[in-house]
Write a protein that binds this ligand. Structure first.
Ligand code: GLN
Length: 447
Protein backbone atom coordinates (compact mmCIF):
# COMPACT_ATOMS: atom_id res chain seq x y z
CA UNK A 1 0.00 0.00 0.00
CA UNK A 2 2.80 2.39 0.86
CA UNK A 3 4.59 1.72 -2.44
CA UNK A 4 1.36 2.30 -4.31
CA UNK A 5 0.76 5.57 -2.49
CA UNK A 6 4.31 6.76 -3.16
CA UNK A 7 4.05 5.94 -6.86
CA UNK A 8 0.67 7.69 -7.04
CA UNK A 9 2.27 10.69 -5.28
CA UNK A 10 4.96 10.74 -7.98
CA UNK A 11 2.36 10.67 -10.77
CA UNK A 12 0.42 13.45 -9.07
CA UNK A 13 3.55 15.49 -8.26
CA UNK A 14 2.53 18.43 -10.53
CA UNK A 15 -0.42 19.09 -8.18
CA UNK A 16 2.10 19.87 -5.41
CA UNK A 17 -0.03 18.30 -2.66
CA UNK A 18 2.91 17.06 -0.58
CA UNK A 19 5.80 19.12 0.77
CA UNK A 20 7.84 16.19 2.03
CA UNK A 21 7.89 12.42 2.15
CA UNK A 22 8.48 10.82 5.53
CA UNK A 23 11.93 9.19 5.61
CA UNK A 24 10.65 6.80 8.31
CA UNK A 25 7.61 5.54 6.39
CA UNK A 26 9.18 2.22 5.31
CA UNK A 27 10.32 1.59 8.88
CA UNK A 28 6.79 2.30 10.12
CA UNK A 29 5.42 -0.23 7.62
CA UNK A 30 7.86 -2.89 8.89
CA UNK A 31 6.81 -2.14 12.44
CA UNK A 32 3.13 -2.56 11.52
CA UNK A 33 3.93 -5.92 9.89
CA UNK A 34 5.65 -7.03 13.11
CA UNK A 35 2.69 -5.96 15.22
CA UNK A 36 0.26 -7.82 12.95
CA UNK A 37 2.45 -10.94 13.16
CA UNK A 38 2.30 -10.64 16.92
CA UNK A 39 -1.50 -10.84 16.70
CA UNK A 40 -2.38 -7.18 17.27
CA UNK A 41 -5.60 -5.91 15.73
CA UNK A 42 -5.00 -2.52 14.11
CA UNK A 43 -7.91 -0.50 12.68
CA UNK A 44 -5.66 1.31 10.17
CA UNK A 45 -3.09 -1.44 9.57
CA UNK A 46 -0.77 -0.33 6.78
CA UNK A 47 -3.04 2.50 5.60
CA UNK A 48 -0.93 5.31 4.15
CA UNK A 49 -1.99 8.77 5.36
CA UNK A 50 -0.65 12.29 5.03
CA UNK A 51 -0.93 15.01 7.62
CA UNK A 52 -0.93 18.76 7.12
CA UNK A 53 2.47 20.33 7.55
CA UNK A 54 1.47 22.11 10.77
CA UNK A 55 1.08 18.77 12.61
CA UNK A 56 4.31 17.62 14.24
CA UNK A 57 5.68 14.15 13.53
CA UNK A 58 8.96 13.40 15.27
CA UNK A 59 11.94 13.32 12.94
CA UNK A 60 10.10 14.94 10.02
CA UNK A 61 10.11 18.54 8.87
CA UNK A 62 7.18 20.72 9.95
CA UNK A 63 7.39 23.85 7.80
CA UNK A 64 3.83 25.24 8.16
CA UNK A 65 4.29 26.37 4.56
CA UNK A 66 6.66 29.07 5.80
CA UNK A 67 10.24 30.07 5.05
CA UNK A 68 10.47 30.69 8.79
CA UNK A 69 10.36 26.94 9.50
CA UNK A 70 11.90 25.69 6.24
CA UNK A 71 14.45 23.52 8.03
CA UNK A 72 12.55 22.84 11.26
CA UNK A 73 12.53 19.15 12.29
CA UNK A 74 9.95 18.18 14.92
CA UNK A 75 11.35 16.78 18.17
CA UNK A 76 7.97 15.23 19.10
CA UNK A 77 4.74 13.86 17.63
CA UNK A 78 1.28 15.47 17.83
CA UNK A 79 -1.28 13.39 19.77
CA UNK A 80 -3.57 12.99 16.75
CA UNK A 81 -0.66 11.77 14.60
CA UNK A 82 0.42 9.43 17.40
CA UNK A 83 -3.10 7.96 17.49
CA UNK A 84 -2.82 7.26 13.75
CA UNK A 85 0.52 5.51 14.25
CA UNK A 86 -0.84 3.49 17.18
CA UNK A 87 -3.72 2.37 14.94
CA UNK A 88 -1.25 1.07 12.36
CA UNK A 89 -1.34 3.92 9.83
CA UNK A 90 1.79 4.87 7.89
CA UNK A 91 2.42 8.61 7.81
CA UNK A 92 3.85 8.76 4.30
CA UNK A 93 4.34 12.51 4.11
CA UNK A 94 3.36 16.05 5.00
CA UNK A 95 0.79 18.04 3.06
CA UNK A 96 1.06 21.54 1.62
CA UNK A 97 -0.87 24.42 3.20
CA UNK A 98 -1.29 28.16 3.25
CA UNK A 99 1.46 29.70 5.34
CA UNK A 100 0.63 29.09 9.02
CA UNK A 101 -2.88 27.98 7.92
CA UNK A 102 -3.85 31.53 6.98
CA UNK A 103 -5.77 31.40 3.74
CA UNK A 104 -8.49 29.79 1.69
CA UNK A 105 -6.63 28.70 -1.44
CA UNK A 106 -3.25 27.06 -0.62
CA UNK A 107 -1.51 29.70 -2.72
CA UNK A 108 0.59 31.29 0.02
CA UNK A 109 2.90 28.37 0.85
CA UNK A 110 6.66 28.83 0.67
CA UNK A 111 6.56 25.52 -1.24
CA UNK A 112 4.37 27.02 -3.99
CA UNK A 113 0.66 26.57 -4.66
CA UNK A 114 -1.27 23.28 -4.63
CA UNK A 115 -3.43 22.74 -7.72
CA UNK A 116 -6.99 21.41 -7.91
CA UNK A 117 -7.08 17.96 -9.56
CA UNK A 118 -10.43 18.79 -11.24
CA UNK A 119 -8.83 21.77 -13.01
CA UNK A 120 -5.17 22.56 -12.32
CA UNK A 121 -5.78 26.21 -13.27
CA UNK A 122 -7.90 26.46 -10.12
CA UNK A 123 -7.21 26.40 -6.39
CA UNK A 124 -8.08 23.41 -4.19
CA UNK A 125 -9.28 25.71 -1.41
CA UNK A 126 -7.36 26.10 1.81
CA UNK A 127 -5.65 26.27 4.04
CA UNK A 128 -5.46 22.44 4.14
CA UNK A 129 -5.37 22.21 0.32
CA UNK A 130 -2.54 19.65 0.24
CA UNK A 131 -4.36 17.25 2.59
CA UNK A 132 -7.54 17.57 0.51
CA UNK A 133 -5.76 17.01 -2.81
CA UNK A 134 -3.85 13.99 -1.44
CA UNK A 135 -7.23 12.32 -0.90
CA UNK A 136 -9.07 13.75 -3.94
CA UNK A 137 -6.23 12.73 -6.29
CA UNK A 138 -6.06 9.22 -4.84
CA UNK A 139 -2.64 9.42 -3.17
CA UNK A 140 -3.98 8.35 0.24
CA UNK A 141 -7.52 7.29 1.23
CA UNK A 142 -7.58 9.65 4.24
CA UNK A 143 -5.60 12.58 5.63
CA UNK A 144 -5.54 15.13 8.43
CA UNK A 145 -5.95 18.88 8.10
CA UNK A 146 -6.69 21.67 10.55
CA UNK A 147 -9.75 23.91 10.59
CA UNK A 148 -9.64 27.32 12.26
CA UNK A 149 -12.28 28.97 10.11
CA UNK A 150 -13.07 26.43 7.41
CA UNK A 151 -9.72 25.00 6.36
CA UNK A 152 -10.89 21.39 6.31
CA UNK A 153 -14.46 21.90 5.07
CA UNK A 154 -13.85 24.43 2.29
CA UNK A 155 -11.04 22.48 0.52
CA UNK A 156 -13.12 19.28 0.95
CA UNK A 157 -15.97 21.00 -0.90
CA UNK A 158 -13.72 22.41 -3.63
CA UNK A 159 -12.12 19.02 -4.31
CA UNK A 160 -15.23 16.83 -4.03
CA UNK A 161 -14.52 14.88 -0.83
CA UNK A 162 -15.66 14.70 2.80
CA UNK A 163 -14.09 16.92 5.47
CA UNK A 164 -15.04 17.16 9.14
CA UNK A 165 -14.34 19.93 11.62
CA UNK A 166 -14.93 18.23 14.99
CA UNK A 167 -16.40 19.89 18.08
CA UNK A 168 -13.77 22.14 19.66
CA UNK A 169 -11.90 19.90 22.10
CA UNK A 170 -12.90 16.61 20.50
CA UNK A 171 -9.44 16.08 18.98
CA UNK A 172 -6.31 17.03 20.91
CA UNK A 173 -4.43 20.06 19.62
CA UNK A 174 -1.20 18.93 21.26
CA UNK A 175 1.46 19.13 18.57
CA UNK A 176 -0.65 21.18 16.16
CA UNK A 177 1.20 24.44 15.49
CA UNK A 178 -1.08 27.13 16.92
CA UNK A 179 -2.70 29.71 14.64
CA UNK A 180 -5.74 30.88 16.67
CA UNK A 181 -5.90 28.57 19.66
CA UNK A 182 -9.53 29.17 20.63
CA UNK A 183 -10.66 28.19 17.10
CA UNK A 184 -8.13 25.57 15.87
CA UNK A 185 -9.23 21.95 15.53
CA UNK A 186 -7.62 19.03 13.69
CA UNK A 187 -10.03 17.27 11.32
CA UNK A 188 -10.01 14.34 8.87
CA UNK A 189 -10.58 14.16 5.09
CA UNK A 190 -11.93 11.02 3.39
CA UNK A 191 -13.69 9.84 0.23
CA UNK A 192 -16.66 8.37 2.12
CA UNK A 193 -18.44 8.71 5.46
CA UNK A 194 -17.26 5.36 6.77
CA UNK A 195 -13.57 6.20 6.43
CA UNK A 196 -14.25 9.53 8.11
CA UNK A 197 -15.91 7.76 11.04
CA UNK A 198 -12.99 5.36 11.32
CA UNK A 199 -10.56 8.29 11.41
CA UNK A 200 -12.60 10.02 14.12
CA UNK A 201 -12.74 6.85 16.20
CA UNK A 202 -8.94 6.75 16.03
CA UNK A 203 -8.02 10.42 16.61
CA UNK A 204 -10.73 11.72 18.97
CA UNK A 205 -10.52 11.65 22.74
CA UNK A 206 -9.30 13.47 25.81
CA UNK A 207 -5.60 14.23 26.18
CA UNK A 208 -3.87 15.27 29.41
CA UNK A 209 -1.54 17.38 27.23
CA UNK A 210 -4.39 19.55 25.86
CA UNK A 211 -6.33 21.20 28.66
CA UNK A 212 -9.17 22.09 26.26
CA UNK A 213 -9.69 18.49 25.12
CA UNK A 214 -12.97 16.90 26.19
CA UNK A 215 -13.76 13.60 27.86
CA UNK A 216 -16.31 12.29 25.36
CA UNK A 217 -17.12 8.96 23.73
CA UNK A 218 -14.75 8.07 20.94
CA UNK A 219 -16.61 5.55 18.86
CA UNK A 220 -18.19 6.97 15.73
CA UNK A 221 -20.82 5.11 13.75
CA UNK A 222 -22.06 5.76 10.23
CA UNK A 223 -25.81 5.85 9.63
CA UNK A 224 -28.15 4.38 7.05
CA UNK A 225 -31.06 6.04 5.20
CA UNK A 226 -33.33 4.81 8.02
CA UNK A 227 -31.59 7.19 10.41
CA UNK A 228 -32.81 10.16 8.35
CA UNK A 229 -36.49 9.54 9.06
CA UNK A 230 -37.90 12.33 11.20
CA UNK A 231 -34.59 14.21 11.36
CA UNK A 232 -35.26 17.96 11.52
CA UNK A 233 -32.91 19.81 9.16
CA UNK A 234 -32.85 23.62 9.17
CA UNK A 235 -31.45 25.63 6.27
CA UNK A 236 -29.77 28.79 7.52
CA UNK A 237 -31.56 31.58 5.65
CA UNK A 238 -28.54 33.92 5.71
CA UNK A 239 -26.57 31.39 3.63
CA UNK A 240 -29.06 31.40 0.76
CA UNK A 241 -28.05 34.67 -0.89
CA UNK A 242 -24.99 35.23 -3.05
CA UNK A 243 -24.32 31.66 -4.16
CA UNK A 244 -23.62 30.49 -7.69
CA UNK A 245 -26.47 28.67 -9.47
CA UNK A 246 -24.66 25.33 -9.14
CA UNK A 247 -24.22 25.78 -5.39
CA UNK A 248 -27.91 26.64 -4.94
CA UNK A 249 -28.89 23.61 -7.04
CA UNK A 250 -26.65 21.28 -5.01
CA UNK A 251 -28.18 22.53 -1.76
CA UNK A 252 -31.72 22.09 -3.08
CA UNK A 253 -30.84 18.61 -4.37
CA UNK A 254 -29.53 17.63 -0.94
CA UNK A 255 -32.69 18.93 0.75
CA UNK A 256 -34.82 16.91 -1.65
CA UNK A 257 -32.80 13.76 -0.96
CA UNK A 258 -33.26 14.35 2.77
CA UNK A 259 -37.01 14.83 2.41
CA UNK A 260 -37.45 11.73 0.30
CA UNK A 261 -35.67 9.78 3.05
CA UNK A 262 -38.22 11.10 5.54
CA UNK A 263 -36.35 14.06 7.02
CA UNK A 264 -38.24 17.26 7.75
CA UNK A 265 -36.70 20.43 6.36
CA UNK A 266 -37.32 24.06 7.24
CA UNK A 267 -35.63 27.44 7.41
CA UNK A 268 -34.04 29.22 10.33
CA UNK A 269 -32.53 32.68 10.63
CA UNK A 270 -29.27 33.50 12.41
CA UNK A 271 -29.05 37.27 11.88
CA UNK A 272 -25.68 37.71 13.63
CA UNK A 273 -24.09 35.66 10.84
CA UNK A 274 -23.77 38.88 8.85
CA UNK A 275 -21.01 39.78 11.34
CA UNK A 276 -19.33 36.38 11.30
CA UNK A 277 -16.39 37.23 9.02
CA UNK A 278 -15.56 40.50 10.79
CA UNK A 279 -15.84 38.80 14.18
CA UNK A 280 -13.75 35.83 13.10
CA UNK A 281 -10.89 37.91 11.75
CA UNK A 282 -10.91 40.20 14.80
CA UNK A 283 -10.40 37.11 16.97
CA UNK A 284 -8.17 34.99 14.71
CA UNK A 285 -5.68 37.78 13.93
CA UNK A 286 -5.06 38.88 17.53
CA UNK A 287 -4.60 35.25 18.61
CA UNK A 288 -2.25 34.73 15.67
CA UNK A 289 -0.22 37.82 16.51
CA UNK A 290 0.29 36.42 19.99
CA UNK A 291 0.97 32.81 18.91
CA UNK A 292 3.43 33.84 16.20
CA UNK A 293 5.48 36.04 18.55
CA UNK A 294 7.58 32.95 19.29
CA UNK A 295 9.14 33.00 15.80
CA UNK A 296 11.84 35.52 16.57
CA UNK A 297 14.84 33.54 15.32
CA UNK A 298 15.99 32.81 18.87
CA UNK A 299 14.42 29.42 19.60
CA UNK A 300 12.60 28.10 16.52
CA UNK A 301 13.45 27.98 12.86
CA UNK A 302 15.44 30.39 10.74
CA UNK A 303 17.58 33.18 12.11
CA UNK A 304 18.73 36.09 10.00
CA UNK A 305 21.78 37.58 11.76
CA UNK A 306 21.78 41.30 12.63
CA UNK A 307 23.96 43.88 14.37
CA UNK A 308 22.10 43.22 17.64
CA UNK A 309 19.23 41.05 18.94
CA UNK A 310 16.52 43.52 17.94
CA UNK A 311 17.80 43.79 14.40
CA UNK A 312 18.17 40.01 14.15
CA UNK A 313 14.57 39.53 15.28
CA UNK A 314 13.28 42.19 12.92
CA UNK A 315 15.13 40.80 9.91
CA UNK A 316 14.13 37.24 10.79
CA UNK A 317 10.44 38.13 10.92
CA UNK A 318 10.65 40.38 7.86
CA UNK A 319 12.22 37.66 5.70
CA UNK A 320 10.76 34.55 7.33
CA UNK A 321 7.06 35.50 7.17
CA UNK A 322 5.12 36.03 3.94
CA UNK A 323 2.87 39.01 3.21
CA UNK A 324 -0.41 37.61 4.50
CA UNK A 325 1.15 36.45 7.77
CA UNK A 326 2.73 39.87 8.29
CA UNK A 327 -0.56 41.60 7.52
CA UNK A 328 -2.36 39.49 10.11
CA UNK A 329 0.26 40.01 12.78
CA UNK A 330 0.01 43.77 12.29
CA UNK A 331 -3.80 43.88 12.29
CA UNK A 332 -3.91 41.49 15.26
CA UNK A 333 -1.43 43.55 17.25
CA UNK A 334 -3.37 46.72 16.44
CA UNK A 335 -6.68 45.20 17.56
CA UNK A 336 -5.13 44.15 20.87
CA UNK A 337 -3.32 47.40 21.64
CA UNK A 338 -4.53 49.62 24.44
CA UNK A 339 -7.08 52.12 23.23
CA UNK A 340 -8.31 49.78 20.47
CA UNK A 341 -8.86 46.61 22.49
CA UNK A 342 -12.33 47.65 23.67
CA UNK A 343 -13.42 48.78 20.23
CA UNK A 344 -12.25 45.68 18.37
CA UNK A 345 -11.14 42.55 20.23
CA UNK A 346 -13.44 42.89 23.18
CA UNK A 347 -16.39 43.75 20.91
CA UNK A 348 -15.66 40.74 18.72
CA UNK A 349 -15.69 38.49 21.81
CA UNK A 350 -19.19 39.75 22.63
CA UNK A 351 -20.48 39.11 19.11
CA UNK A 352 -18.90 35.67 19.27
CA UNK A 353 -21.03 34.93 22.33
CA UNK A 354 -24.17 36.18 20.52
CA UNK A 355 -23.46 33.94 17.52
CA UNK A 356 -23.09 30.91 19.81
CA UNK A 357 -26.39 31.78 21.52
CA UNK A 358 -28.19 32.10 18.19
CA UNK A 359 -26.94 28.67 17.16
CA UNK A 360 -28.26 27.28 20.46
CA UNK A 361 -31.65 28.78 19.71
CA UNK A 362 -31.66 27.33 16.18
CA UNK A 363 -30.96 23.88 17.64
CA UNK A 364 -34.13 24.13 19.74
CA UNK A 365 -36.12 23.68 16.52
CA UNK A 366 -33.71 21.61 14.42
CA UNK A 367 -31.44 18.61 14.99
CA UNK A 368 -28.97 19.76 12.40
CA UNK A 369 -28.41 22.88 10.28
CA UNK A 370 -27.34 23.07 6.66
CA UNK A 371 -25.65 25.65 4.42
CA UNK A 372 -23.48 25.55 1.33
CA UNK A 373 -19.86 24.95 2.35
CA UNK A 374 -18.69 27.70 0.01
CA UNK A 375 -20.75 30.18 -2.02
CA UNK A 376 -18.82 29.21 -5.18
CA UNK A 377 -16.85 26.25 -6.54
CA UNK A 378 -13.05 26.32 -6.99
CA UNK A 379 -11.81 29.71 -8.20
CA UNK A 380 -8.86 30.42 -10.49
CA UNK A 381 -5.29 30.56 -9.21
CA UNK A 382 -4.48 34.22 -8.59
CA UNK A 383 -8.11 35.35 -8.78
CA UNK A 384 -8.33 36.38 -5.12
CA UNK A 385 -4.71 36.89 -4.10
CA UNK A 386 -4.57 40.63 -4.70
CA UNK A 387 -7.57 41.50 -2.54
CA UNK A 388 -7.43 40.00 0.97
CA UNK A 389 -11.11 40.77 1.57
CA UNK A 390 -12.09 38.77 -1.52
CA UNK A 391 -10.11 35.85 -0.10
CA UNK A 392 -11.73 36.22 3.34
CA UNK A 393 -15.18 36.19 1.68
CA UNK A 394 -14.55 32.53 0.74
CA UNK A 395 -15.07 31.70 4.43
CA UNK A 396 -18.51 33.26 4.76
CA UNK A 397 -20.25 29.92 5.42
CA UNK A 398 -17.64 28.28 7.62
CA UNK A 399 -16.16 30.69 10.20
CA UNK A 400 -19.19 31.00 12.49
CA UNK A 401 -18.98 27.28 13.29
CA UNK A 402 -15.50 27.75 14.76
CA UNK A 403 -16.59 30.83 16.71
CA UNK A 404 -19.29 28.67 18.33
CA UNK A 405 -17.04 25.60 18.75
CA UNK A 406 -19.51 23.37 16.87
CA UNK A 407 -18.88 20.28 14.72
CA UNK A 408 -19.54 20.61 10.98
CA UNK A 409 -19.11 18.34 8.00
CA UNK A 410 -18.75 19.12 4.31
CA UNK A 411 -20.33 16.50 2.07
CA UNK A 412 -19.95 16.28 -1.72
CA UNK A 413 -23.29 17.40 -3.16
CA UNK A 414 -22.90 17.66 -6.92
CA UNK A 415 -21.10 19.58 -9.61
CA UNK A 416 -21.23 22.92 -11.33
CA UNK A 417 -19.96 23.31 -14.88
CA UNK A 418 -17.79 26.41 -15.19
CA UNK A 419 -16.29 27.20 -18.60
CA UNK A 420 -16.95 23.62 -19.65
CA UNK A 421 -15.20 22.09 -16.61
CA UNK A 422 -17.11 20.08 -14.01
CA UNK A 423 -16.26 21.41 -10.56
CA UNK A 424 -17.39 19.76 -7.31
CA UNK A 425 -19.75 21.50 -4.89
CA UNK A 426 -20.24 20.71 -1.20
CA UNK A 427 -22.88 21.28 1.44
CA UNK A 428 -22.16 21.79 5.12
CA UNK A 429 -24.06 20.17 7.97
CA UNK A 430 -23.69 21.72 11.43
CA UNK A 431 -24.60 19.89 14.65
CA UNK A 432 -24.78 20.88 18.33
CA UNK A 433 -21.54 20.57 20.33
CA UNK A 434 -20.43 16.94 20.83
CA UNK A 435 -22.97 15.63 18.31
CA UNK A 436 -20.22 14.93 15.76
CA UNK A 437 -21.57 11.43 15.30
CA UNK A 438 -24.93 12.76 14.11
CA UNK A 439 -23.09 14.32 11.15
CA UNK A 440 -21.62 10.95 10.21
CA UNK A 441 -25.02 9.33 10.65
CA UNK A 442 -26.45 11.85 8.26
CA UNK A 443 -23.61 11.55 5.74
CA UNK A 444 -23.93 7.76 5.77
CA UNK A 445 -27.67 8.01 5.26
CA UNK A 446 -27.24 10.31 2.24
CA UNK A 447 -24.55 8.22 0.51
N1 GLN B 1 -9.41 30.97 5.64
C1 GLN B 1 -9.49 31.16 7.07
C2 GLN B 1 -8.30 31.99 7.50
O1 GLN B 1 -7.55 32.37 6.67
C3 GLN B 1 -9.51 29.85 7.76
C4 GLN B 1 -8.16 29.23 7.86
C5 GLN B 1 -8.19 27.96 8.65
O2 GLN B 1 -9.25 27.39 8.93
N2 GLN B 1 -7.00 27.54 9.05
O3 GLN B 1 -8.14 32.28 8.66
Amino acid sequence: LLEQAVSRAQEAAPLNALVSLNPQAAEQADEVARRLDAGEVLPLAGVPVVVKDNINVRGTRTTCGSRMLAEYVSPYTASAAQHLLNAGAIIMGKANMDEFAMGSSTESSASGPTLNPWDPARVPGGSSGGSAVAVAAGITPVSLGSDTGGSVRQPAALTGIYGLKPTYGRVSRYGLVAYASSLDQIGPFARNAEDLALMMSVIAGPDPRDATSLPAPTHFRVGTPDDLRGLRVGVIRESLGGNTAGVDAALQGTLEALRSAGAVTGEVSIPELSHAIATYYLIAMPEASSNLARYDGMVYGQRVPGADVTEAMTLTRERGFGREVQRRIMIGTYALSSGYYDAYYSKAMKVRRLIAQEFDRAFEAFDVLVTPTSPFPAFRQGERTRDPLAMYAADVDTVAVNLAGLPALSVPAGFEAVDGVRLPVGVQFIAPALKDELLLTLAGGLE
